[in-house]
Design a protein around this ligand. Structure first.
Ligand code: ADP
Ligand code: MG
Length: 731
């Protein structure tokens, strides 16, 4: 006897119970698939002239322009290869500020002189004008009344995906302003390359290029597709807006690294094969802490490529999941009461001579190099902690940062006991020239010991938002949905500026104070260690005590996106981006607008979905169940001789409790809607965003309390929404 309201739920459950794992064939060796759909070096050798290859290589290493004639050659080679791979279309693949990727497909097919042909020339490869005027631009394109165009990024190889040749591109306005996430990332990577190369030359003159490296770790939830489609909150907002905690959540931690369910194994195998073909070097997969939560991580790559690969991966995941009748949830907090998802960004700097600059070496000089990059990174993070926080701010990530779940909204760095001891010793070095004895001591006892220290450095602190993990830093607050380009742009820009300042100061000490190079370096590092001390924290980052301590240290603690985004336009931040040639003040301001606007839109959608869920599903279901109760009570009264006291009977009590929550639910939704309407009337995006954060969003939890209580109190067959225990199970 299902009710009309719960029909959808029970149908979905019946459908999902029939799903079985989809078989996936495996090649003997996965490596045989690797990059088969990528126009990489090997394909270039096959399809391009030597001249064209070197033009592409120069463009990659030094950013030089590719002549029209050579671009035509490259396009011709790409086209031939792509058609052999089954491509019929090509697209400029770009990263608008919405956070995902966009593409507009054009067919190779064309008519020329009355003949049907496949055409793709240098002009089409290099530049395209998509009709993309409705992507968020923060007002830039209105101001300049210009449309955006996409331009080829030769440093990320083209690939064939399905039947389309995809060409990674930047998206800019005619006046040159960046309208995407890739253009500023490329500028930041260029800035950090220049700055880091000139510092690396102190230690090795043969270094000519430094690449930032990125290894992301993508966390996600998987749920059955029929179940996902039966809840409008999941389909429209990517998360459950309501839902009483399941009797069994993650408390037993039996999911973590546990046996992967067979339907999920099928999905993962196909996904990994698809990644291989597309050149995404995925390596590890495992269950995460929460039920239905998983993680996928690749071998790290050059940061721009790693960003492209992560975005492509998310798209591939959606498509492969669909084939397996599953849905991927990338939202940072799809379920209350169990862990959310993040995307740790492992970051380092690597030279073209093959050295990881954040990895200690075998000689004191190599270790001084390590210390230089290590301490400069700490200093950069200390200077721009609030900007880094802003770079990972979003409505969905607010459920993790600064909420009851880690990592906190406060930036701090964990480096471990041993490295802390090294920095403490370095801090005690004298200023100016060093005595021969001090030099020997430094070499033997401090710098010389670093490799041994790191060998057995098992020191790990899982609560730190920015942790040194042996040969890289791990930025942990990045949201699972976030485009890594955003935090990577800020981090690399900040480190670039810091390294520039460092170089200037070291050179000054050498030229003006007559210090030796290593003395000068020690001197400057010593000062940085002192002045960036507040950012270092080894304790429990989730504790309340740390929040208090961080406030004393004047570290920012920006709990909501609107607050975090506000710091983007602070004078120091405008200067940073301008000085490093990454974003003009106009571009930065536009991005701030886009972030506030996105926050408003996401929260607004959630508010509307709450309204719909409550008015069209929960309240009617509750009323129909209370009807049953009332019916029962009146029947009892008919058959019993004495009139039952409503308050005394179980039926009566149940009715009143439910009724109380029905009232509370209606009232809180109405209050929220009023607050929402009021917020919409405010003049600026900033005001609207702040009002949504302070007036609208807090009402969501009140609504939720009442709805979740109703779920608990009402009969199962009357309840319209799939329950947590039903959503969180896959065989
Ligand atoms: P976990 O954080 O899960 O314990 P690891 O510490 O082994 O795992 O980190 C693995 C991630 O770090 C992988 O994605 C890997 O590619 C990345 N990584 C390793 N070395 C570097 C590096 N030099 N630069 C950037 N990322 C790196
Ligand atoms: Mg990690």
């Amino acid at each position: 006897m299902k009710t009309d309201f719960s029909q959808l739920r029970f149908n979905a459950l019946a459908q999902s119970s029939q799903q079985i794992s989809v078989p996936v064939s495996e090649p003997n060796r996965r490596s045989s698939l690797f990059a088969s759909h990528v126009f990489n070096d090997y394909k270039m050798l096959q399809y391009l002239t030597k001249e064209a290859i070197s033009a592409v290589r120069d463009a990659i290493t030094s950013g030089s322009k590719i002549e029209r004639k050579l671009a035509d050659q490259v396009a011709e080679g790409m086209k031939t290869w792509a058609i052999e791979m089954g491509a019929t279309h090509y697209t400029h693949w770009f990263q608008p500020l919405t956070g995902s990727t966009a593409e507009k497909h054009d067919a190779f097919f064309d008519i020329q002189d009355g003949q049907a042909l496949e055409i793709f020339g240098g002009a089409q490869l290099v530049q395209q004008e998509p009709d993309a005027s409705s992507f968020p631009s923060g007002g830039i394109r209105n101001t300049f009344e210009a449309r955006g165009y996409t331009a080829w990024d030769p440093s990320s190889p083209a690939f064939v995906y399905g039947t389309t040749l995809c060409i990674p591109t930047i998206f800019v306005s005619y006046t040159g302003e960046a309208l995407d996430n890739k253009a500023p990332l490329l500028r930041a990577l260029n800035a950090v390359d220049e700055a880091a190369t000139s510092v690396a030359k102190y230690f090795d003159k043969t270094v000519t290029k430094v690449n930032a490296t990125l290894g992301w770790e993508q966390e996600y939830f998987l749920i059955d597709k029929s179940l996902a489609s039966a809840r409008i909150d999941i389909t429209l907002t990517g998360r459950t807006l309501l839902g009483h905690t399941a009797a069994k959540g993650q408390q037993l931690e039996d999911h973590y690294f546990g046996v992967i369910p067979s339907r999920v194994i099928g999905f993962m195998s196909e996904l990994e094969k698809e990644c291989m073909v597309l050149g995404i070097p995925v390596k590890t997969r495992h269950n995460e802490v929460a039920p239905n939560q998983f993680e996928l991580a690749p071998v790290f790559e050059e940061a721009n490529l790693a960003v492209d690969h992560n975005l492509l991966l998310m798209d591939v995941m959606d498509k492969v999941a669909d084939k397996h009748h599953l849905k991927v949830l990338f939202h940072e907090k799809p379920f209350a009461g169990i862990n959310g998802s993040g995307k740790h960004n492992n970051w380092s700097l690597a030279t073209d001579t093959g050295i990881n600059l954040l990895s200690p070496g075998s000689t004191p000089m190599k270790n001084l190099q390590f210390l230089t990059f290590f301490i400069n990174t700490i200093k950069a993070v200390d200077t721009y902690e609030s900007l880094l926080r802003a770079s990972i701010a979003s409505a969905s990530n607010d459920h993790r940062l600064g909420a009851n779940e880690a990592p906190p909204a406060i930036f701090s760095i964990f480096i471990g006991k041993q490295l802390s001891a090294v920095l403490d010793e370095l801090e005690g070095v004298s200023l100016g020239k060093l005595s021969p004895q001090e030099k020997t001591e430094l070499k033997l006892n401090v710098v010389g010991k670093i490799p041994e220290i790191l060998m057995d450095n098992t020191d790990r602190n899982r609560t730190s938002p920015f942790a040194f993990t042996g040969n890289k830093f791990e930025m942990r607050g990045v949201g699972s949905k976030t485009n890594c380009a955003k935090p990577m742009t800020v981090l690399n820009t900040a480190v670039a500026q810091q390294l520039q300042l460092f170089k200037k100061e070291v050179d000054r000490l050498i030229d003006q104070k007559g210090l030796k190079k290593d003395e000068a370096i020690f001197n400057v590092l010593r000062e940085y260690i002192k002045s960036s001390k507040r950012i270092r924290f080894e304790g429990d980052g989730y504790s309340e005590a740390w929040e208090k301590e961080a406030a004393k240290r004047k570290l920012s603690n920006l709990k909501t996106t609107p607050e975090a985004v506000a710091v983007m336009s602070e004078k120091a931040h405008v200067t940073l981006f301008e000085q490093m040639g990454v974003l003009s003040s106009i571009e930065l301001k536009a991005r701030q607008e886009v972030e506030w606007e996105a926050y408003v839109m996401h929260t607004q959608i959630e508010g509307r979905v709450y309204e719909e869920l409550v008015y069209s599903q929960i309240l009617p279901s509750a009323l129909s169940y209370t009807n049953v109760l009332l019916d029962n009570i009146s029947k009892i009264n008919l058959v019993m001789e004495q009139v039952t006291d409503l308050e005394e009977s179980a039926q009566g009590q149940l009715f009143s409790e439910i009724n109380l929550h029905v009232q509370g639910l209606k009232k809180s939704v109405d209050t929220m809607t009023q607050a929402r309407k009021a917020a919409n009337k405010l003049a600026t995006t900033s005001e609207r965003a702040h009002a949504y954060a302070l007036e609208v969003k807090p009402m969501f939890s009140t609504i939720r309390i009442h709805a979740d209580q109703l779920e608990k109190l009402m009969s199962d067959i009357h309840w319209p929404l799939l329950k947590y225990r039903e959503l969180l199970q896959i065989r």
